[in-house]
Design a protein around this ligand. Structure first.
Ligand SMILES: C[S@@+](CC[C@H](N)C(=O)[O-])C[C@H]1O[C@@H](n2cnc3c(N)ncnc32)[C@H](O)[C@@H]1O
Length: 456
């Protein structure tokens, strides 16, 4: 069999972007997917072999840009080409927004055109701060040169590590601690875990910043580390304002961040963070929004739509640690939060105590199993489901609400939004507004709030 000889370079025009943010160039019946190339650009690239034999799609590596997009980012992140965190890194911020907001609006218009809903304007809420806006980081370890551990993010659609020292999207405190911790691991000659062989001890590093540079960190391992390392880690934590440093030992194969036994090295078991004038416990295994500034904008608008009724009740479905449940409790007589994850419910109850709020109760249940008390119809509901959306059971809960109920439904995944919006409209909801929040700058994602009113 003769090996295919590829030209060193090809030149072409980028016709569009795929869902991974790669520019698409069609040449001689082959479609090349090129990271960093923007629509309309004339580029030179190194073509690669098809992803699978005879496939129509092949990778390409950008070599030069002959005619640039007018909104090309002139100082892109040097990691952008390799790391999976920022597919839209070659666009400047306004162009990113225009691009992803345009895609969302087009998709919504298409879905709504098949319903009888009157047109609704979609509002865009940009991120107040772009650089340093991600307050949560998950980095993985891998073996580097001479067996030295390296730390970084996975390249797009792979488990190939892109080493990262400083990520401009993450906070300064997160970057500084991650760098120091890697040095410490290298000094102690700790080996990175290798998924294929199962050898090595260092798995991942999960860090959360409370918004003021105080951190909660979790080091993922396959076995307990040497005592000398633990002691040095505690010392390092104190230098970096780590309020709670956890070891998470998971002996199982795979690379899940949430599996394993947690052990806290102190000095505390949590940090505190503030949102909408309420304080919350920050812990390693409970959900918190990545971008607190945008989360506040989103929460405020969801709460405003919910309204207030001191004699009425409200629900917060998929409430996490109660970040919207507690502000909701200031507006309604009685509030119920429903959440599947037991650790989050535990923290949510403590958050209520921390804030002196006693008109909330938290139910630890799957939405599918949540049975509201008869005769306790809520006046308002906030629903903030995971990526897969509300699902049949969640939609059924909303369908059963009485006319006049206000619902703020939040979607973090466009596919689920487009799937469930028509079903919400079919079940008697009027769509009163849509707002899209840029929770994740440099990515395709927008967090979408649907403002709904039950009409029948
Ligand atoms: C996008 S988070 C939102 C959490 C919270 N509203 C916030 O803003 O921090 C989704 C939450 O839904 C919870 N969840 C996922 N599936 C669920 C289910 N079937 N029933 C109830 N809660 C669920 C997750 O544990 C997670 O806390």
């Amino acid at each position: 069999m003769t090996a295919t000889v590829l030209p060193e370079s090809c030149t072409g025009t980028v016709q569009g972007l795929n869902d991974h943010g790669e520019g698409l160039v069609n040449l001689s019946g082959q479609c090349y997917c090129i990271r960093g190339a923007l629509p309309g650009e004339r580029i030179t690239f190194a073509p690669g072999l098809p992803y699978t034999p005879h496939a129509r799609f092949s990778p390409g590596r950008l070599l030069s840009v002959e005619k640039a997009h007018p909104r090309r980012n002139l100082s892109p992140c040097p990691l952008g080409e390799h790391c999976g965190g920022c597919p839209l890194y070659s666009f400047d911020y306004n162009a990113q927004l225009q691009f992803k907001f345009g895609r969302l609006k087009e998709a919504l218009e298409k879905v709504l055109s098949h319903t009888s809903a009157p047109p609704v304007e979609v509002q865009l809420r940009p991120a107040p701060q772009v650089q340093g806006s991600r307050h949560k980081s998950i980095r993985y370890f891998a073996k580097g040169a001479e067996g030295k551990a390296k730390l970084g993010f996975y390249a797009p659609l792979s488990h190939t590590l892109c080493p990262v020292d400083c990520c401009p999207q993450e906070t300064a405190a997160v970057n500084a601690f991650a760098s120091s911790l890697l040095r410490l691991c290298q000094e102690h000659a700790l080996e990175a875990y290798d998924e294929r062989s199962g050898l090595g001890i260092l798995r991942h590093l999960l860090i959360r910043d409370n918004g003021t540079g105080t951190l909660v960190a979790q080091l993922g391992l396959t076995a307990p580390p040497p005592l000398s390392f633990e002691q040095e880690l505690s010392r390092l934590g104190a230098e970096h304002q780590v309020a709670a440093c956890y070891l998470c030992v998971n002996e199982e194969p795979g690379n899940s961040v949430l599996k394993g036994t947690l052990r806290c090295l102190g000095p505390h078991d949590h940090a505190l963070f503030t949102l909408l004038s309420h304080e919350f416990f920050l812990k390693p295994h409970t959900f918190t929004q990545v971008n607190p500034q945008v989360a506040e904008l989103l929460y405020r608008e969801a709460l405003e739509h919910a309204g207030s009724n001191p004699k009425g009740t409200a629900w917060d479905l998929c409430c996490g640690i109660g970040t919207m449940t507690l502000p909701l409790a200031r507006r309604f007589g009685r509030v119920t939060g429903v959440e599947l994850a037991a650790p989050s419910v535990h923290v949510a109850r403590n958050n209520a105590i921390l804030n002196g709020i006693d008109n909330v109760s938290f139910v630890c249940a799957d939405l599918a199993a949540f049975r509201p008390q008869p005769g306790s119809a809520p006046a308002a509901v906030i629903a903030d489901p995971p990526r897969k959306g509300l699902g049949d059971e969640g939609l059924q809960l909303l369908r059963a609400l009485v006319p006049g109920t206000r619902v703020s439904a939040i979607y973090c995944e466009q596919k689920a939004l487009l799937r469930e919006l028509p079903r919400l409209l079919e079940s008697g909801f009027e769509l009163q507004g849509i707002s899209a929040f840029d929770m994740f700058p440099y990515t395709f994602k927008l967090e979408v709030l649907l403002k709904l009113l039950k009409r029948r």
